[in-house]
Structures are given as C-alpha cells and as structure tokens.
Design a protein around this ligand. Structure first.
Ligand SMILES: NC(=O)c1ccc[n+]([C@@H]2O[C@H](COP(=O)([O-])OP(=O)(O)OC[C@H]3O[C@@H](n4cnc5c(N)ncnc54)[C@H](OP(=O)(O)O)[C@@H]3O)[C@@H](O)[C@H]2O)c1
Length: 443
C-alpha cells in the first residue's frame, strides 16, 4: 500500500523550532514505521537567514517568507513557533484557510485571538493543535479533553510559570532577595524579553485562560480576572508564610461553582499549605492540580518550558495531526469540539468579588506608637474579618513595626475595602500587601 506523505513546515526556528526539528529527525524512521507514513520537512521560515543555528537545515529549505511555508503544497502541518500575536495570527489564519493543520505553542496568540482562530477552524476545516501552549511538557490539554473528559472541574490550580517558580524557590532556599535572584534568572535566559509577561503574571494568565476555555467554555478577559505577579513578595513574607505553615507560589486558579454557575480566574502569589504537593514543586517545574467530580484529584508535574519539554508537547501534537491526516479523522480541534466548549460556557458566568472567597495573608508596615494596633484591628472588625494568626514584630533601632496575619475565609470585596481603609490610617507606612491563601478542596 502506498504510504501517505506528510510535510511538516516551520514558521520560526528558535529554541522550540530547533528542538522539534532535532527530535523529529532523530525519531523520523521510527515514526514513519509506526504510523505507516512518509515524513518530510519541505520548508522552514526564519527572520534572519544568515544566523547560525544549533541544527543544520538544507539551505534550499530555508526561507525568510513565512507565507512560503503556508502556501507550499508539500506542507500539510504548519508549526507556528515564531511567537508574537500579529504576524503569527496572519500566518495561522492563512494556513487554516487552506485547510491545513497548525501546531502552536503560542499562548499569547490563543489568549488574544483564540476566538478568531477557532472560528477559522470551523469555517475552513483546518485544525489547530496547541498542547505546548500550557505548561510545556505536561500533557495538560490532552488530559483535560481526553483522560479526564468525564469530569467537571470545581477547581484547577496550577504553578504554570516556571520563571516565577524558579525565582520564588531560590529566594526561599538561599535566603536571597527577589532582586538578586531575578538578576540571575535574567542572566540564565529564564525571563521573557518583556519581563512583565513572567513577573506580573500575564504569561500564567494567558495559560489559565486557555485552560478555563477548555474546561468551562468561557474566554476570560483580563478585566474579569485577578492578575498579580511576584514583584512585591519579599523574603520576609516567605519566612512569615512558613511560620504560618505555608509556602508562597505563583498560582493560576480557576474555580467554578456548578450550583450558581460562577466562574473565577486569578493568577497571584498564594500561600500553599506546606504538606500539599503544590507547595513542594520547585524550580522551573510546573504543576497542575485538577479537582474533578468523577476522578477526584489529579496532579500533573513536569517541566514547564525549555527546548526539550516544549518540543515533546509540540511533537505529540504533530503525531496526532499526522494520524488525523492519515485517517482523515482529526481528534482535535474539530468544529464539534469548539461547539462543545461554547455549550459548556452557556451556564457559566463570571463570579462577583463578593463570591470569590478565601483566607488571606496581610502584611502591613506601621509606625510603632501607642494605639496603632487598635486602629488596625478596628478596621478588620468593622468589615467583619476574623484573624486566625497574627505576628507583630519590631525593627530594632527603628520606629516601625510589621504586622503579618492570616484571616479566616472572607471575600475579595471585603478585603479590597479593608486594604483601602488601612491605607488611610496615619500610622500605615507603605501600601499593605495582600496575598491569598490556597485551600485545597480535596487531597
Ligand atoms: N522557549 C520555551 O521554552 C517556550 C515554552 C513554551 C512555549 N513557547 C512558545 O513557543 C513559541 C516560540 O518560542 P521560542 O522560545 O522558540 O522563540 P525564539 O527562540 O525567539 O524563536 C522565534 C523564531 O521565530 C523566528 N521569527 C520571528 N519573527 C519572524 C518573522 N517575522 N518571520 C519569520 N521568522 C520569524 C525567529 O527567527 P530568527 O531565528 O531568524 O530570529 C526565530 O527563529 C512562542 O510562542 C513561545 O511563547 C516557548
């Protein structure tokens, strides 16, 4: 029987593109035998044709025009691995319009233009695979839509930005400041060129939005989400958190109340109980904890970024896409998949700030004088906030003190009012730091 020929094209050949190429070349024969296919790599687009690459690519394959990859009749699968949202979107839509398969790791693009891309899939019959867009080598998208498809997810909690996890882990392990470790992380190339993506939580937010769409059928906008990064977390907070029985991690948190329909999405530094698995995930590792109504708790841990881990996820998509082309039956992303997601979203609505509840950690710096604590506690009491733990400490030789406390569960709305009122107290020296305390439902 004649073997189906499949051409894989690349738009973008940097860290991920070269990793995918390297591993696919190494596995090519095995994949061809296993899948009964003939695989070729007809076209690779880069920006700078003269740049030295870590892998060798025949000169005639290279082009500086990504549309040559899109339009090449020998290319069935277009790997969009260039990043960015403007041009990448154009090439993605152009390939989908030709009915091709696009494989991507581009979470920012999916966040910004997911609706359009999915609409193009429905209209033109192409397919879009994006396993590598969330949590690198962890097969979270497959897990959600295949392995755990029987479940509704009351909560999905994830450490989904390896850079922040690396910085927080090292601060705590080495007792060094945020600035010191950030400096190292930048030198090691762990921080995106636009560091706000990592440090202010936006990269994790994009990933959480993708998961929320797949699990709950709603595209969550930044106006409907709490997004905070790690810049204000100090070593002191880490020590205090540990005294209270927690570690601080940047968490992506998606919660759904199936009785009321309320859906919430947040990315923020959170205190995680020391004995929970998520608290023990360190360095560049990612972890995602899914609480499903059928399977209960499932936790996936793995490398969240980097050439090899991300390539592993991209190749898993490429293999699925090749099988889909061979059998003329794609499992992902089909128009009925997309419709099923949107149907899930029909019963979901964004939660109000009154509905989003948790315990909180609060740190304030105060002028050390008689009566300060009375003013502070009266604000908490006025808003009905009960305190579970409190530690006050002085700074020798200075007229200032720090109060750190953990509250009992209350709402975001209440704590927002508390913080606003605390800021107006004359003895408050700097803006209070408010962090959420993660309370696992199962596990
Ligand atoms: N790196 C990771 O660990 C990781 C993890 C998960 C997801 N991702 C996602 O994977 C994607 C690729 O990331 P990366 O780290 O591989 O990026 P990268 O190393 O910066 O590579 C980008 C590639 O795109 C090419 N390119 C950029 N603009 C182009 C244009 N206008 N025309 C043609 N080629 C263009 C660049 O060409 P030149 O080489 O000639 O400059 C380069 O080869 C991004 O969406 C990223 O968010 C990355």
């Amino acid at each position: 029987m004649k073997k189906t020929k499949i051409g894989i094209g690349f738009i973008g050949f940097g860290t991920v593109g070269q990793g995918v190429w390297k591993h696919l070349q190494a596995q090519r024969e095995e994949l061809e035998t296993r899948l009964g296919l003939e695989i070729s790599f007809p076209r690779v687009a880069v920006r700078d044709l003269t740049r030295e690459r870590g892998v060798s690519v025949p000169a005639e394959v290279l082009t500086a025009d990504p549309m040559e990859v899109v339009n090449d009749p020998g290319v069935n699968i277009v790997c969009e691995l260039m990043g960015g949202t403007t041009k990448a979107k154009d090439y993605t839509l152009a390939a989908l319009k030709l009915g091709k398969v696009v494989v991507s790791a581009n979470k920012a693009l999916i966040y910004k233009f997911g609706r359009e891309v999915f609409e193009a899939v429905k209209t033109f019959g192409g397919h879009y695979y994006f396993e590598a867009s969330v949590a690198g080598g962890i097969p979270i998208i497959k897990t959600l839509r295949e392995g755990l498809v029987a479940n509704r997810f009351e909560s999905i909690a994830g450490i989904i930005n390896g850079t922040c996890n690396y910085i927080l882990s090292r601060m705590e392990a080495e007792g060094k400041s945020y600035e010191e470790i950030l400096h190292d992380a930048k030198k090691l190339g762990y921080v995106e060129a636009d560091d706000r993506l990592d440090l202010d939580g936006w990269d994790a937010f994009h990933k959480a939005v993708i998961l929320a769409f797949l699990a709950h059928g709603k595209w969550v906008s930044e106006n409907d989400a709490l997004v905070e990064g790690i810049r204000n977390v100090t070593l002191e907070d880490m020590h205090r958190a540990r005294d209270f029985g927690y570690r601080i991690k940047l968490l992506g948190m998606i919660r759904r109340n199936f009785k009321t329909g309320a859906l919430s999405l947040g990315v923020y530094p959170a205190l995680i109980p020391l004995d929970k698995t998520l608290a023990r995930v360190d360095g560049v590792y990612n972890a995602i904890k899914l609480s499903g109504d059928v399977a209960g708790t499932t936790i996936l841990i793995g490398r969240g970024a980097g050439q090899d881990a991300t390539s592993s996820a991209v190749i898993s998509d490429i293999v699925d896409a090749m099988i889909g082309i061979r059998d003329d039956a794609h499992k992902f992303l089909t128009p009925s998949d997309i419709d099923a997601c949107y149907r899930l979203g029909e019963t979901a609505r964004m939660a109000t700030m009154d509905e989003i509840r948790s315990k909180f950690y609060l740190r304030i710096s105060i002028l050390d004088e008689p009566g300060t604590l009375v003013g502070f506690y009266s604000v908490l009491a006025k808003h009905g906030v009960s305190v579970a733990r409190v530690v006050t400490y002085e700074h020798p030789g200075e007229r200032r003190g720090t109060i750190t406390l953990a509250t009992y569960p209350t709402s975001e709305a209440v704590m927002e009012r508390v913080v606003e009122e605390l800021k107006t107290l004359p003895q408050i020296l700097t803006a209070p730091l408010l962090l959420r305390i993660y309370e696992p439902t199962h596990e």
